[in-house]
Design a protein around this ligand. Structure first.
Ligand code: GUN
Length: 279
């Protein structure tokens, strides 16, 4: 028998905890403010941004919305970020990705002050994570750690395999599992004997970006499987990187798509905004 990890429920618990914290902070005269910047109107980005603003409202964080036209220049965007960096009343700055192709994403992420980098994408935040210093942590991998901890799954000493090496998920995921004393292997598209490695995993995190690539032949009996992927199949249904139906019966715990890792990203963004840089 396997247990489905309910990301919707766990993310709701986290948002409720944060809502209480924010209410207590307000009583002491403290307010949190997140600036959300979107350039252009890509439908997927608009959905994410709307959900982030809704979560802010629920938790009690003030959100400032910058909905900029597609033609916005890099200089204009950098100007807005510079102004927000200097504003004492703004704690967090989030630039929704991807940006239009005429804007250099790296320069934009570098422009966000690390103390306001609630997405955890700035090289200073990434570097702090990798050497164990306090800093903001990328929200999706931080959410995976919370799913494991709040499901009573210990990471210490476990064989953890991360499938995928993106800057936003794979690499920080590996660093976080290492910080929790897991034994971590990172696999990717060029890895030889991939299944031999993934079959060693006590905890397998799939963040490879290929629909249903991980089937039961990749998974050890009793493993914990976390699916970070999100795709739409030909019937417009959501699916992950894991072929849930074939994999689930082999696992002890598994996350579904939707309703697994997805809702955790915004919950952890809210946590970053409320709690600031973790000590
Ligand atoms: N685009 C897709 N996911 C994310 C995210 O977590 N943060 C930002 N800023 N943009 C994204």
């Amino acid at each position: 028998m396997y247990t489905i990890i309910d990301g919707k429920k766990i993310s709701q618990e986290i948002k409720d905890e944060l809502r209480e914290k924010v209410a207590a902070m307000k009583e002491q005269g403290m307010e949190r403010t997140l600036a959300v910047i979107q350039v252009g109107a890509a439908p997927a980005s608009s959905v994410y941004v709307r959900n982030k603003k809704k979560a802010c409202e629920y938790v009690g964080i003030r959100s400032l919305s910058y909905e900029l036209p597609e033609e916005t220049t890099e200089e204009e965007l950098l100007g807005i970020i510079g102004e927000l960096n200097g504003r004492e009343d703004v704690n967090g700055i989030l630039v929704q990705l991807p940006l239009p192709s005429h804007i250099n994403e790296e320069r934009v992420l570098l422009a966000i002050a690390p103390k306001k980098d609630v997405d955890g994408f700035h090289p200073v935040s990434v570097g702090n994570l990798s050497i164990g210093r306090p800093g903001y942590v990328s929200c999706t991998p931080a959410g995976v750690i919370q799913l494991l901890k709040r499901s009573g799954i210990s990471i210490e000493g476990k064989e953890c395999v991360v499938l995928g090496r993106s800057n936003i998920v794979g690499k920080p995921m590996a660093m976080l599992l290492l910080r929790e004393n897991g034994t971590v292997t990172v696999c990717h598209s060029r890895t030889k004997n991939l299944k031999e490695i993934t079959k060693r995993a006590d905890i397998l995190v799939a963040a490879v970006g290929r629909p249903k690539m991980v089937d039961e032949t990749y998974v050890k009996d009793g493993a914990v499987v976390i699916d970070v992927g999100i795709h739409r199949n030909a019937d417009n249904k959501l699916c992950g990187d894991v072929d849930f139906d074939s994999v689930a019966p082999k696992t002890s715990y598994i996350t579904p798509v939707p309703g697994g890792v997805g809702p955790m990203t915004i919950a952890m963004l809210m946590a970053n905004c409320v709690e600031g840089i973790p000590g």
